[in-house]
Design a protein around this ligand. Sequence first.
Ligand SMILES: [Zn+2]
Length: 127
Amino acid sequence: MAYDFRMNDTTPPCPECSGTYAYEMGALLVCPECGHEWSPGPSEASAGESGESGEKVVKDAVGNVLRDGDTVTVIKALKVKGSPSGIKAGTKVRNIKLVDGVDGHDIDCRIEGFGNMQLKSAVVKKA
Ligand SMILES: [Zn+2]
């Protein structure tokens, strides 16, 4: 049985030394011959499996992907303008909405006693 060399068609030769043994490491290609690492670029333009382009993924403090309507828990006390107590750690926030807010505030929500607020996803954990 002959080897099917076309198996490696998707791996382009090394741009540094033209070596053909490059392998994928995450999003990069690595050449074992000269050690060069490079990004394969948009050669997978036809692939439709990476989800809708432009869609932003918002993750909580521990890396859970957040979605509209999720319930999250605030993991650290937050100061709120005009409130002496602020938001306490452990406060539950229901029905969040992901937004492209200013200054990294990517969650729009309503917190009892505070009203509508915007939070950073880094200070919450999916409940
Ligand atoms: Zn190389």
